[in-house]
Design a protein around this ligand. Sequence first.
Ligand SMILES: Cc1cc2nc3c(=O)[nH]c(=O)nc-3n(C[C@H](O)[C@H](O)[C@H](O)COP(=O)(O)O)c2cc1C
Length: 355
Amino acid sequence: MILKVEEILTLAELEGLAESCMSPMAMAYVTGAAADEITLRANCEDWKRIRLMPKCLVDVSEIDLRTNILGQEFAMPIMLAPAAFHRLCHAEGELATAAGANQGGAGMVLSSFSTVSVEEIGAALEQPLWFQLYAQEDRSLTQEMIQRAHAAGCKAVCLTVDTPVLGARHREVRTRFQLPADFKLPNLKLGPISHRPVRGAIYSDLLNPRLNWKDVEWIASVADVPVLLKGVMNPEDALRAADSGVAGLIISNHGGRNLDTLPSTAEALPRIAEKLGGRLPLLVDGGIRRGTDVLKAIALGAQAVLVGRPYLYALSIAGAEGVARVLEILRTEFMMAMALTGRRSIAEIDKTVLF
Ligand SMILES: Cc1cc2nc3c(=O)[nH]c(=O)nc-3n(C[C@H](O)[C@H](O)[C@H](O)COP(=O)(O)O)c2cc1C
């Protein structure tokens, strides 16, 4: 590659650069979202729409990004969102991502559908590791996944609750998405089975359309680590979650990949924060592309953000170095935004940072 990673200046330019580094099928998988991709665009646009209030004459010569989430120490409130099949982006798959997370100082949520096992990632990652769970219809298999994740060093389980079925992902259909024959899904002890619908046009072999609140309570009761629900957008669901034994929520619309025309997460987050009144810690993902987006998310009630597509593009462009570069850009921009709004610590970020 001619480009040096230092020459990448913004997360926005990564998609264009990645095009020549991934197969058309992989590119369609990462880039795409559901239907008309309205929610995908809204996720990015709505963070940008929010205006910030500067604050002058504060001594910002030292800025501390460290934060504590669920009793766990993080170097900064930015994590890598779970994404399936990293080997579509890079030959070393999630191992390269973990090396980038180490270098960039960010926690990582490993997908159930990772192409490297949770044990290998647990051994490689020096930052906090959480496990994203796609609960299977077979409870014993689900329990085994949770136990393996715990034994591998995962400090939380993020149960994805927004995907009983996939959305209408036209780009995946057009490019005839299929996993290469040598791919494995080692967390499920499966070969190259894709997430695409096979039964009755909407149901997938890897997704559980029966998942319900009873399962949430059961999962929270059998997990030895905190369980977060990933994919909550409805304030009523958030309220119910607070009574279901879960430890936190990730406000997410799956990067616009499932139900199109959902609100953006920038719109959903403050409503849920208000409804919950601090009963559960909240994280958020979707469209986080700038350090200012991170600041806004925290001001609106999130403890941390997760970033998805940008690091996958960077993984395909420059492997671990690329992932680390994404984290470096976000961290630097976030620190600039904190300094210019007179904030020296995460605890000092509140609603008054918004105009
Ligand atoms: C290629 C790709 C694969 C994904 N795979 C998963 C997954 O396996 N499990 C999950 O809970 N979310 C998955 N997501 C959703 C992300 O965790 C996250 O919610 C979303 O990407 C955040 O939006 P952003 O890409 O705009 O940052 C995936 C997203 C992408 C782009």
